[in-house]
Write a new protein. Structure first.
Length: 187
């Protein structure tokens, strides 16, 4: 073995030891960072739990308000369930008006009880017997109208031939008031 070979192997050993020290320092540094982040997480948990504890304490007034709100919420839910459980029957077709359809129901002109919107529209169409290029539609506030279209393909341009006041605007019906009052309380 000559001197050049020995110096080469010594240099290689030195570089290996240097690399090993670098790896050890990296691991130590990484371990310190992990330890610090773990401490930070634990301190955040402690501060959160102390906040949580302070939130749990309620004054007697807050407890009373919370109980009143829960009681009111339960009463509202029960009233809505009771309203939905009442079966309402359309007087025109004789079928039950589902809870989903009660929002679009229209009152029967003679009795004031709820009826399907489509049944009322069909009844008005039969009474009015619209001519060619005419159609019966709902225009709002309890009114229907017979519309005349100059071009049946252009539904943007029309003239109102007749208006039919189906529901009296001044006389609010009991079933509609009850429904509006209950469903406006849903949050």
């Amino acid at each position: 073995m000559n001197q050049n070979d020995a110096s080469y192997s010594n240099g290689r050993r030195r570089s290996q030891r240097r690399n090993e020290r670098k790896v050890v320092r990296k691991n130590e540094h990484r371990n310190e960072r992990q330890k610090k982040s773990k401490e930070k997480r634990n301190s955040n948990k402690e501060s959160y739990s102390s906040k949580k504890f302070s939130v749990r304490r309620m004054t007697p007034l807050q407890k009373e308000i919370k109980q009143m709100l829960q009681k009111e919420l339960i009463e509202n839910e029960n009233a809505i369930k009771a309203f939905r459980s009442e079966t309402k029957v359309c007087e025109i077709c004789g079928r039950v008006i589902s809870p989903e359809d009660i929002g679009s129901a229209v009152s029967n002109r003679e009795t004031g009880n709820p009826a399907h919107f489509d049944c009322v529209l069909k009844q008005i169409s039969e009474r009015e017997s619209p001519g060619p290029n005419e159609k019966v539609t709902y225009i709002g506030q309890g009114k229907f109208a017979v519309l005349h279209f100059e071009n049946p393909h252009d539904l943007k341009r029309f003239t109102i031939r007749r208006t039919i006041e189906w529901e009296d605007r001044d006389n609010r019906l009991e079933w509609r008031n009850e429904m509006a009052g209950l469903f406006s309380q849903i949050k």
